[in-house]
Write a protein that binds this ligand. Structure first.
Ligand code: ZN
Length: 425
């Protein structure tokens, strides 16, 4: 059979086949030694031993992956990709002792980013986000979720969603959009936060819904996300907004238990949210409920790291409860400006105390499940999209073990080589 590209002779081809992994079965990489991959068009058409694949397929282009592992592209299921400006000064204040909440209550933090983002044109937002997308791709992320949430009024939120959709044409990195109008209470509503919650549920959500149907009638609705936290949205307001979103058909996500345990994880389970993210202070009974549910637990280890905080997601409790764990970067200007899933893996191994194999599963197939794309990406199986990485390591455990440098040498997106440090093809 004809293939467009064959990659062969990899000492470890991590297939990560068999679907999302939870509880005790979490961490199965299904490795093929001396593995090869055949790609036809945008898809994987063969996976197996090098000898077998090279007998079965003939291709114009071949890549010799001797000494290098092959794996599916990373999926980053939680990012705040689109913003303008930076918060370097705030970082400096924070390491001098000010807390995230102190900075937010003093009117700093997120509103600074919101003001700059509101004032920016779509072209300016694209120019700001695109270098981040390039870095993500270079570090091996082939699909990422991207949230709105630095607009906090109807016009600005729609402008950010439009930017996310336009960015898809500017980079090989594939984006899955999320509406996060409920990211923070904007300062003009600080005396009446409920009025803003009402605005999100009664005006913004219907406006996003109508805009989406008009512009992307063929595509599934974006996710709706809510930041359920002290100083952001109460449990009741989160429920109000999620109920309204669900009523319009939006699939759900939630930021829950980053600092205070308000009941957000229970709410996510009750409303069958696709994912509940952060999960640092989640109480034991809610972890048990989460473990029995279809909601994916998305841990964001770059965030406590970015805040020099001590508490991370209780991964072992989530897994003991049978939960499905994914990791993401939480890429954002306030707490975690990090484009690298490799770094997230390194942190997850140390602070979530999961093995490199488990962290890799959390960053691929389970991360794909957290954005409902595990049928198409997140593993290397026949029929799946050819999103593939070649890494300059011959043992997958170097992921996690090593940190701070880029181990990815080649990135293939939808069958095309989009990043390559390698001359052998
Ligand atoms: Zn977030």
């Amino acid at each position: 059979m004809r293939a467009d590209l064959i990659i062969h002779s990899s000492p470890q081809l991590l297939t990560i086949k068999g679907g999302r992994q939870r509880g005790e079965s979490f961490g199965e990489l299904n490795i093929i030694e001396d593995g090869a991959l055949a790609i036809g068009g945008e898809n994987i058409i063969g996976v197996g031993k090098s000898q077998l694949i090279r007998q079965q397929f003939k291709a114009q282009h071949e890549i010799n992956a001797r000494g290098k592992i092959l794996m599916p592209g990373f999926v980053d299921p939680h990012t705040h990709l689109v913003w303008v400006g930076d918060r370097a000064a705030e970082f400096e204040q924070r390491i001098a002792g000010a807390s995230y909440m102190q900075i937010m209550k003093a009117g700093g933090g997120i509103m600074g980013t919101v003001m700059k983002t509101r004032a920016a044109s779509i072209e300016e937002m694209i120019a700001s986000a695109q270098p981040r997308m390039d870095r993500m791709l270079r570090y091996g992320t082939t699909t990422a979720e991207a949230k709105s949430g630095y607009g906090l009024d109807t016009t600005s939120e729609l402008k950010i969603l439009e930017t996310i959709m336009r960015l898809q044409n500017e980079s090989a990195l594939e984006l899955t959009p999320t509406f996060l109008g409920a990211h923070a209470i904007p300062s003009e509503f600080s005396d009446d936060p409920q009025a803003y919650a009402d605005l999100v549920s009664q005006e913004m959500l219907p406006a996003v819904h109508a805009w989406w149907l008009q512009n992307f009638p063929e595509e599934a609705l974006p996710f709706n996300d809510v930041f359920c936290e002290e100083g952001a949205f109460t449990l009741a307001q989160s429920k109000q907004i999620m109920d309204a979103a669900m009523h319009l058909g939006f699939p759900l996500k939630i930021h829950a238990d980053e600092f205070a345990a308000l009941g957000g994880t229970r709410l996510a389970v009750d409303l069958a949210a696709v994912s509940a993210d952060h999960l640092v202070s989640t109480p034991a009974d809610e972890i048990r409920a989460l473990g029995k549910s279809g909601t994916i637990a998305v841990s964001l280890p770059c965030t406590p790291f970015g805040l020099s905080a001590e508490a991370y997601t209780p991964a072992s409790a989530i897994l003991e409860a049978g939960g499905c764990l994914a990791i993401a970067t939480d890429l954002n200007p306030g707490t975690a400006w990090c484009e690298s899933m490799q770094f997230s893996i390194a942190l997850a191994c140390r602070y979530l105390r999961i093995t490199p194999a488990q962290a890799i599963v959390a960053a691929t197939i389970n991360a794909a499940a957290a954005i409902s794309h595990d049928d198409r990406i997140g593993s290397m199986e026949e029929g799946k999209q050819a999103d593939v990485l070649i890494l300059d390591i011959d043992d997958y455990r170097h992921l996690g073990y090593r940190f701070g440098t880029n181990l990815v040498t080649t990135v293939i997106k939808k069958g095309k080589v989009v990043i390559s440090d390698d001359e052998h093809h």
